[in-house]
Design a binder for this molecule. Structure first.
Ligand SMILES: [Zn+2]
Length: 74
């Protein structure tokens, strides 16, 4: 069971949603949406680190584009 994982783990909070990203889906050619996620690693209620990252997903087929080229510069 996952009971031992209750106090430790990773929390993710979506801080920005559905930002339109340049490029197109490699699977269907649809539009790409970027979602900004703030990930926080929590160990027994102590926040260890906080990290913002951006996720890309297709707006047409809803695939998560994990291999999408990272666009780190805004
Ligand atoms: Zn697609």
């Amino acid at each position: 069971m996952a009971g031992a994982m209750l106090l430790c783990g990773k929390e993710e909070k979506v801080v920005g949603e559905q930002t339109k990203a340049p490029g197109s889906c490699p699977y269907c050619g649809g539009g790409v949406a970027a979602t900004d996620v703030e990930a926080k690693w929590v160990l027994c209620c102590l926040p260890l680190c906080r990290r913002a990252k951006r996720r890309f997903a297709c707006t047409a087929c809803h695939r998560r584009l994990v291999t999408y080229p990272p666009i780190l510069h805004d």
